[in-house]
Design a protein around this ligand. Structure first.
Ligand code: FE
Ligand code: FE
Ligand code: ZN
Length: 284
C-alpha cells in the first residue's frame, strides 16, 4: 500500500519545476493553484511544460494531484458577475487540467451571502452542470468547509445536497479538510470513527477522494478556519496519523496546507512518515 503525502506548492516557477520541488521534499502528491489564487487572470497554458510534469509524475509513480481553485471563486454569490467569473475560472482551470489527466480539482463550494443554504447549493450545482463534460479526465471535488459566515460546506448535508443535483455523478467527489471539519463541529481528533460513520451515512465514503491534513488553532466547533502546523494545534500529530492510516482513508492523497514554506513542509512530511511507521509498528 502506497501512502500519498504532499503539500501545497507554488506553480509560479512552472509546472515541471513544481514536480521537481515535490520530489525534493519526498512528496508523492501535491496541490497547486492553476492561476494566481487571489486573482482571476489565467496564465498562458504551456503544453510542453505540462507534458514534462505529466511524464515526471508517471515515472515517479505519484498519486493523484489535488489542484485548488482560486480563493475568490464564489459559485453562489448574489452577484451574477461574480458567479459568471467563477464559472469562467473553473472552465479555464479544467481545460488546463486536461493536460494532466486523472487528477483532482478541488474548490470551496462558496458563500451564499444571505441567500440561504438551499439557494446556495442550487447555484453551485447549476454551475457544475454547465461546466462538467462527460469526456473530461478530471474529477472535481467539493471541499468540506469550517462553516464560517455564509460559507456552504460546513455540514455534510450541504455537500450531499449539491452532489444530489449534479448530473455527471462520476465527475464529482469530496475533499475532507481536517482543520475545517473540526472547526465545523466534527470531532475528527477525538472521534475519527464517529466522524467517518457520519460522513458515510450522509455523503457516502466512496465519494471521498482526497484529504487536506491541517492542524487547527481552534477547538472543535470554533468555525474560525485557522490552520496550524501538524502538532501545533488542537488536533495533534497522532490524530492526523490516524487519518492517514485509517483503513477507509488509506491510499488517498493527503495534502498539507499548514503555514510552512516548502522546506518546512518537507520536514513535516518526513515527521509524518516516521510517526506512521511508529504507529504501524505498535499496531503489529
Ligand atoms: Fe481549500
Ligand atoms: Fe483545505
Ligand atoms: Zn482552510
Amino acid at each position: 500500500m502506497t501512502d500519498y503525502i504532499g503539500a501545497h506548492l507554488s506553480s509560479a516557477g512552472g509546472f515541471f519545476r513544481m514536480g521537481k520541488t515535490a520530489l525534493g521534499i519526498q512528496a508523492n502528491t501535491f496541490a497547486f493553484f492553476c492561476r494566481n489564487p487571489r486573482g482571476s487572470k489565467a496564465k498562458a497554458v504551456d503544453p510542453a511544460d505540462l507534458e514534462k510534469l505529466r511524464q515526471l509524475l508517471e515515472e515517479n509513480r505519484f498519486g493523484p494531484l489535488v489542484a485548488h481553485a482560486p480563493y475568490i471563486m464564489n459559485a453562489c454569490s448574489k452577484d451574477e458577475g461574480i458567479r459568471n467569473l467563477a464559472e469562467e475560472m473553473m472552465r479555464g482551470d479544467l481545460a488546463l487540467m486536461e493536460h494532466l489527466p486523472g487528477n483532482y480539482y478541488n474548490f470551496h463550494p462558496g458563500s451564499h451571502v444571505g441567500q440561504g443554504v438551499e439557494t446556495g447549493c442550487r447555484l453551485i450545482a447549476e454551475m457544475l452542470n454547465r461546466v462538467l463534460r462527460p469526456e473530461q479526465n478530471t474529477v472535481v471535488l467539493l471541499e468540506t468547509m469550517a462553516g464560517k459566515g455564509g460559507e456552504i460546506g460546513g455540514r455534510f448535508e450541504e455537500l450531499r445536497a449539491i452532489l444530489d443535483q449534479v448530473e455527471l455523478q462520476e465527475k464529482v467527489g469530496v475533499c475532507l479538510d481536517t482543520c475545517h471539519v473540526s472547526d465545523a463541529g466534527y470531532d475528527i481528533a477525538g472521534d475519527l470513527e464517529g466522524v467517518l460513520a457520519e460522513f458515510d451515512r450522509v455523503i457516502g465514503l466512496e465519494r471521498l477522494k482526497a484529504c487536506h491534513i491541517n492542524d487547527s488553532l481552534n477547538p472543535v466547533g470554533a468555525r474560525k478556519d485557522r490552520h496550524a502546523r501538524i502538532g501545533e494545534g488542537t488536533l495533534g500529530t497522532a490524530a492526523i496519523v490516524r487519518c492517514i492510516l485509517h483503513p477507509k482513508l488509506r491510499g488517498l492523497p493527503f495534502i498539507l496546507e499548514t503555514p510552512n514554506d516548502t522546506p518546512q513542509h518537507g520536514e513535516e512530511i518526513a515527521m509524518l512518515r516516521r510517526e506512521m511507521a511508529l504507529a504501524q509498528g505498535q499496531a503489529e
